[in-house]
Structure formats: C-alpha cells, structure tokens
Design a protein around this ligand. Structure first.
Ligand code: ADP
Ligand code: ADP
Length: 219
C-alpha cells in the first residue's frame, strides 16, 4: 500500500521560484528510495514537503492518512513523531556528549529515564556508536557524526526516515558505511528516503532511484 503519494504537486517559494513542478509519485511502505538530481533540482524541497517543513503551493500530498496541504499546524508534531529526519542544518550540540545528543528527541516524550536510556543505547548500537556514548562529539570523525545524527533521528522509532544528502562531505568508504546503516533500518521495515547526487552511491544501489531535473520528475 502507498505510504506517501504526491498528486500533481508544485512548490513555489516566496519570491516566485518554482522548485517543484507537477510531481506525481507513490511510495510504498518499506521502500528505500534514492532521490537523484543536480543541486537545485528540488530534492530537498520534496523531502521537506513530506515532513510538512514546507507546504505545497498546489496539488495534494498524502503521508500516512494525512493530507499535508491541509494539515493543521497543531497536527504537525504528531506527523513528525512518525518521521526521523536527517537534514544538514540539524546541528550536533557540542556542549554535551554523544549519549545526551541522542537523548534530545526523547526529552519531550515523557519516557522515564530508564526507558529513554535503553532506547538511546539501542539506537547507538544500531549505528555502531555504542562504544562512543560518552565521547565529546568534537572528537568524532565525519562518518561518526553522521551516524550520531542517524541515531538521533531513529531513537523514537519512526516508521519513515528522511535524509537530505547524508553522504555529502564524506569520502566513499564512509558513504558506503552510512548507506549500510540506512539499509539495516530498511531491512526491519522502516521506509527510507534519501536525497543524493553521489554518483558512486547511485551507480551501486539496487534500490529505486527517482530523478529530478529542474523541479520535474524525469525518471
Ligand atoms: P536540491 O535539494 O535538489 O539541491 P532544493 O529543493 O534545495 O534542491 O532547491 C530547489 C530550488 O529551490 C533551488 O533553486 C533553491 O534555490 C530554491 N529554494 C530552496 N529553498 C528555498 C527557500 N526557502 N526560498 C526560496 N527559494 C528556495
Ligand atoms: P529495545 O530493546 O529497546 O526494544 P530494539 O532491539 O527493538 O530495542 O531496537 C530498537 C531500535 O531500532 C530503536 O532504538 C531504533 O534505533 C531502531 N528502529 C527505528 N525504527 C524502527 C522500527 N520501525 N522498527 C524497529 N526498529 C526500529
């Protein structure tokens, strides 16, 4: 069944730039999809629409049972509870250790300390960072920082994971590791959407690739 569907979606930013033009697509639960295209093609706009960070100018977007275009502002936190997001502008906090960074999303959920701690460790374990829980994030490599961001995005066990250029600035070995982490979540049923212009990743994947060009779906 479709988990996400776009029907003739366009997004025009204030100022008039049309970042997406008439996009229609359907994503099934449990898929792993790579969104490809040059810088400016509209990849990150598309991901932001799914998380209701941006709203469509026209067309409809259904995520789960909800219509993103008409979703009330007050309903957005409930939508996001089911989404893990990895966006470049999400900053690691350098005044606390790795464990505390991953704990952050749970602080608003009201879990008791023990439950939260076991969830944080489960998430760190899944990304291979359990031995670094006490580390100062400044000491992490680029790939480890990205894995920290992934742990933080999955700690509330979302069924949908959205990552915007997660391998940008990483060399190809690290990029492969990061892809393997996403694949491991996908294997337990998490739907994973990744934007990338990393040719190596795109050429080596066995997953569906959706290509955007100047705001339009081309393949
Ligand atoms: P990609 O992720 O493929 O690089 P984006 O979705 O980030 O593409 O951007 C698509 C186009 O929309 C770009 O030309 C960008 O400058 C423009 N854009 C993105 N965000 C905004 C914004 N908040 N306001 C105005 N224009 C934007
Ligand atoms: P616990 O022992 O706390 O139940 P699990 O062994 O079930 O932990 O692993 C849970 C971890 O799996 C989560 O902390 C999270 O990192 C990851 N995860 C994220 N989304 C899902 C999902 N939809 N289904 C299963 N595991 C998920």
């Amino acid at each position: 069944a479709a988990m996400i569907s776009f029907n003739d979606v366009s997004k025009c930013y204030p100022g008039g730039f049309e970042a997406l033009k008439g996009v229609t697509l359907s994503i099934d639960q449990g898929e792993l999809i790579l969104f490809a295209g040059h810088s400016g093609a509209g990849k990150s706009t598309l991901l932001k629409l799914i998380a209701a960070i941006e709203r469509p100018t026209s067309g409809s977007i259904i995520v789960g049972q909800q219509n993103i275009g008409t979703l009330r502002r007050s309903a957005i936190p409930y939508l996001r509870r089911n989404i893990g997001m990895i966006f470049q502008e999400q900053k690691i906090l350098y005044d606390r250790n790795v464990f505390a960074n991953v704990m952050l999303p749970l602080q608003v959920t009201g879990f008791d300390t023990r439950t939260s701690a076991s969830r944080v460790r489960a998430a760190l374990d899944k990304v291979g960072l359990l031995d670094k829980e006490r580390a100062d994030p400044i000491t992490l490599s680029g790939g480890e920082k990205q894995r920290l961001c992934i742990a933080r995005a999955v700690v509330h066990r979302p069924s949908l994971l959205i990552a915007d250029e997660p391998t940008a600035n990483l060399d190809s070995n690290y990029a492969r590791d990061i892809m393997a982490v996403f694949e491991s979540f996908n294997q337990v049923g998490v739907t994973v959407l990744i934007s990338t212009h990393d040719r190596m990743l795109l050429d080596s994947t066995r997953h569906r690739i959706i290509e955007l060009k100047q705001g339009k779906l081309v393949a």
